[in-house]
Design a protein around this ligand. Structure first.
Ligand code: OOB
Length: 545
């Protein structure tokens, strides 16, 4: 990895790294090296399905190698970072694997992200390229990427997946089709592979504040994460995993998700959206055995399933996580969809908990499961940082072989988000059942969880406060039956100013904020409630929502 990246990644202490290696958690192999193992074992099995496109394991490996070589030819090298903003399409998987092969770390942006997110994170990781679709849902991502690239400190290329690649940009499909001797290319990539301790992928923290918080996941730690998740969920060569959540999110990417399905020799089917009817159609057509979703999406499926003519009998499990799933809803999933529910409590920062595939109803419906690794450490503390009594609610701190010791390049944030002895403060309030299952009870971090999309209150407030009309702003969660929470913005205005929700949203959009973060309610107050230290009193504001 380049020195520049290395010095901004917080490593595990050497003795623990040694212990994780000795215990077989970390295998010392870069993720890209698995690609040809898979391809040799099952060359002609279908690995990826995207509409009409069906890629076998051999084709997947060949295309990833072709693209890795193409990346190298277009100037990218081991240690570089690239922003990847692609929808669920086969090229996303090839791009990700090509990055793993070459040792270029993709930063997994989400399709709704705009200038505000792309530019700040691109600058933070010093991205060398942006990989985007030409257009998506009528929005010109190529144009967005060009505008963002122009703001980045180094020269940054724009790589485009699509038919309309403009002059000066790079055609990703063209790179994939690269000619040349595949055997020589494979050897070259093997010889130039990254180290297993390098960052394989950068994930975005759900709780990004004013400062971009990205998590560098190493090849070693992410491989272990994938391997343990696949084992916890019983993934095997018969697994057909349906991807409906944005593939760049940790949950569908690697928990066990797409990479877990490939790891197990199964198949990943990609759909661009979680709309019920196409989902049911895909389950029937492809014999899908497992999928994952956030509670808001599963609720839509449950409503639609009764009226659907599709045969969902192949579906054995649905993994539900990302935000709170009410036990009553969990209990209805089985009867509605004809499958079992596995709850997942996970985070981009690492720790993942799963209920067992065959768990009793009490565990499957009422808990968020157990950590996937015996090396995961969980500590529940009170507001003073003291351990709580068994069975009591506390803030969850965690450490382990796939939970990095810090965010990338933000030492001052790390001093708050991690304890001096390396525990990550999840900001979640949980309790543990006597059997060791986690139950999420609330949270202390200032996040709004909109159907699994995490929105930092601080990020919205900071942008709102920059508007000329706004004297003071505070974003709080307003409860919502479908999404769990939505953003409500409280604002005090400067004398003589007015502000409507439409004006507020237009102004935030103009500042490049992703649409899913826009407030859906604006409350203008003449006077703000304050805490003793003079901060907006969110406890009081929440009672006013
Ligand atoms: C997943 O990852 P992130 O990084 O988008 O968000 C993590 C946060 C957690 O700290 C917690 O506040 C919340 O999302 N959360 C849940 C939950 N699962 C996540 N809250 C209540 N119940 C659950 N089951 O959201 C994520 C990553 C990997 C797998 C699954 C989810």
């Amino acid at each position: 990895m380049s020195d520049d990246i290395l010095e901004r990644v917080v490593p595990w202490p050497a003795d623990l790294a040694h212990a994780y290696r000795a215990a077989g958690c970390w295998r010392g192999r870069p993720l890209g090296s698995y690609l040809w193992d898979w391809a040799r074992r099952r060359p002609d099995r279908v690995a990826i399905v995207d509409g009409e496109v069906r890629l076998t394991y051999r084709e997947l490996a060949e295309r990833a190698d072709g693209l890795a070589a193409g990346f190298a030819a277009s100037g990218l090298a081991r240690g570089d970072t690239v922003l990847v903003q692609l929808p669920n399409q086969w090229e996303f998987v090839v791009v990700t694997l090509a990055c793993f092969r070459l040792g270029v770390a993709p930063v997994m942006m989400l399709p709704p992200h705009r200038e505000h997110e792309l530019a700040s994170i691109g600058a933070h990781v010093r991205a060398k390229a942006l990989i985007v679709p030409d257009t998506l849902k009528g929005y010109d991502h190529q144009d967005l990427a060009e505008r963002v690239a122009a703001t980045l400190p180094g020269p940054a290329r724009v790589l485009v997946v699509g038919d309309e690649v403009r002059a000066g940009n790079v055609d990703v499909r063209g790179l994939i089709k690269q000619s040349g001797d595949p055997e020589a290319r494979r050897q070259w990539l093997d010889e130039h592979a990254p180290a297993a301790s390098d960052v394989a992928v950068f994930l975005l923290s759900g709780g990004t504040t004013g400062v971009p918080k990205v998590i560098g996941r190493t090849h070693d730690d992410y491989e272990y994460n994938i391997r343990r998740c696949a084992a916890a969920c019983g993934f095997d060569p018969d697994t057909v995993y349906l991807t409906v959540l944005p593939a760049g999110h940790n949950f569908p990417l690697a928990n066990p998700g797409i990479l877990g399905a490939l790891y197990a020799g199964g198949r990943a089917v990609l759909l661009p959206s979680p709309r019920p009817e196409p989902v049911f159609e895909a389950i029937e057509a492809e014999g899908v055995t497992v999928t994952s979703a956030v509670p808001a999406v599963v609720l839509k499926w449950m409503e639609a399933a009764a009226a659907s003519p599709r045969d969902l009998r192949t579906l054995r499990h649905v993994h539900v996580g990302g935000s709170v799933l009410a036990p009553e809803v969990a209990a209805r999933i089985g009867p509605s969809l004809g499958c079992r529910v596995q709850q997942v409590y996970g985070m981009a920062e690492g720790l993942v908990c799963y209920t067992a595939p065959d768990a009793a109803d009490e565990e499957a419906h009422g808990t968020q499961g157990r950590p996937i690794s015996p090396f995961d450490e969980l500590l529940l503390v009170d507001p003073d940082g003291e351990p709580v009594a068994p069975g009591e609610v506390g803030e969850l701190l965690t450490r382990g072989p796939y939970t990095p010791r810090g965010y990338f390049g933000v030492p001052e944030v790390n001093r708050q988000s991690f304890t001096p002895d390396g525990w990550f403060r999840t900001g979640d309030l949980v309790r543990l059942t006597p059997a060791g299952n986690v139950v999420v009870c609330g949270r202390v971090k200032d996040l709004i969880n909109r159907g699994g999309e995490k929105i930092s209150a601080a990020e919205v407030e900071t942008l709102a406060q920059e508007l000329p009309a706004v004297a003071e702003a505070a974003a709080v969660a307003m409860p919502d039956p479908a999404l769990g929470e939505r953003v409500c913005l409280f604002a005090r205005l400067h004398a003589g100013h007015t502000l409507t929700l439409e004006q507020l949203c237009a102004a935030l959009t103009a500042r490049g904020l992703a649409a899913f973060k826009l407030p859906e309610r604006l409350v203008v107050l003449d006077a703000f409630p304050h805490t003793a230290v003079g901060k907006a009193d969110k406890k009081v504001l929440r009672t006013m929502v």
